[in-house]
Design a protein around this ligand. Structure first.
Ligand SMILES: [Zn+2]
Length: 371
């Protein structure tokens, strides 16, 4: 399973077990918000609600992986540890051709610090690796890997469809049947065409969301700013995305311009397959050239990110700087993490809108509900 993911997601390091949870969380792939999972009725206690969240996430992941017929996927499998104690593995994925098995244990935790996903992964490995011998005998598989997959409890992907698309893109699963896109090109089964389509429906909402989040985070820092400020134009006559109305550093205001480029676009693939974030860094260079004549009077930050998660160095630095100010104001050391997650989710939602935008439209059977 994992070599295939590496093939489809160059530069994202998904093959390293400890990074899997971290990458997914940083990429904004998180469960739907509490309101979507909250069971009806006030009598249900917090425990049952947490269990409902976990079961939904588990079944969504399992359903995504089952789309690939070459894997056997089992849920909630009882197993015996080497010390004789019994365990229950959340998801078991088996690739018989390669004689490999994976124990995948999704866990929803309230985010505490950046290293938490790696800690959760190690925690799960300690629990489930002693069970591999028993599972190996049960399923006749020799090689086993354990992944503990942490999901932030503050996830804000509102629709299960968006969540499924985010998961499928990340895992390289099939998303849809091949069909004609609105650009007249062919939308592929993995949804990759949608991300770099010239008429992508997610591009503008994603761009707007990124700028809105940056502006609002600056406002939380006590720094007023304007989007699309009049009176400032770059070499080609277009305006930057945002401007702080008071100095950001060295007596100069900050101007930023955000962009989200596709990691797997055919033009970027030769670079992104060799080095993570190379498409974002290339976008940074282009932006800097466009803003060259404004660099004397303003601090310019090209906020370049990629559809599959990598961020440019400048984008990371800006978010860290804003996060530090927020921490100094609120005292909450998780501010930077929350901001990163918010931006990551905006990217994932934009990806989902792009994929859904390629599908042909059809009128619903609303009259059925009006009878
Ligand atoms: Zn298209």
């Amino acid at each position: 399973m994992w070599p295939r993911i590496r093939h489809r997601l160059p530069g994202i390091h998904l093959t390293v077990g400890e990074n899997l949870g971290k990458n997914l969380t940083q990429a904004g792939i998180e469960p739907a918000p509490k309101r979507n999972f909250r069971p009806a009725g006030k009598r249900l206690n917090r425990l049952s609600y947490a269990g409902g969240q976990h079961n939904t996430v588990r079944s969504l992941i399992a359903a995504s992986i089952r789309q690939n017929a070459s894997y056997e996927v089992y849920e909630e499998i009882g197993c015996v540890s080497s010390d004789g104690s019994t365990r229950r593995a959340n998801i078991i994925i088996i690739d018989r051709q390669k004689d490999k098995g994976v124990i995948l244990d999704p866990t929803i935790r309230f985010e505490m610090h950046e290293q938490q996903p790696q800690e959760v992964c190690r925690e799960k490995q300690v629990i489930y690796e002693p069970c591999c011998q028993h599972l190996g005998a049960q399923y006749h598989i020799t090689h086993w890997t354990v992944f503990g997959l942490m999901f932030g409890a503050r996830g804000t992907i509102p629709r299960s469809t968006s969540f499924k698309i985010a998961m499928a893109l990340r895992l390289g699963c099939k998303l849809c049947q091949p069909h004609q896109c609105i650009c007249v090109g062919i939308a592929d089964i993995y949804g990759y065409h949608a991300l770099s389509c010239a008429r992508s429906k997610g591009r503008i909402p994603r761009h707007t969301s990124l700028n809105d989040i940056i502006k609002r985070s600056l406002t939380s820092c006590g720094i007023p700013s304007l989007l699309e400020p009049p009176g400032i134009s770059r070499a080609d006559g277009k305006r930057p995305d945002g401007l702080t109305l008071i100095p950001w550093s060295r007596g100069k205001s900050l101007i930023w311009d955000s962009t989200c480029v596709d990691t797997l676009a055919p033009s970027h693939l030769p670079n992104t397959s060799r080095r993570a974030a190379s498409a974002a860094e290339l976008a940074v260079k282009k932006k800097v050239n466009k803003y060259a004549h404004l660099l004397d009077n303003y601090i310019f930050v090209p906020f370049a990110v990629e559809t599959f998660g990598p961020w440019s160095h400048d984008a990371k630095v800006l978010v860290s700087q804003i996060g530090q100010i927020l921490i100094s104001i609120t005292g909450d050391r998780r501010c930077t993490t929350y901001l990163r997650q918010r931006l990551s989710i905006a990217i994932q939602l934009g990806n989902a809108m792009s994929v859904l935008g390629t599908l042909p439209e059809s009128s619903p059977l609303d009259e059925l509900f009006l009878l």
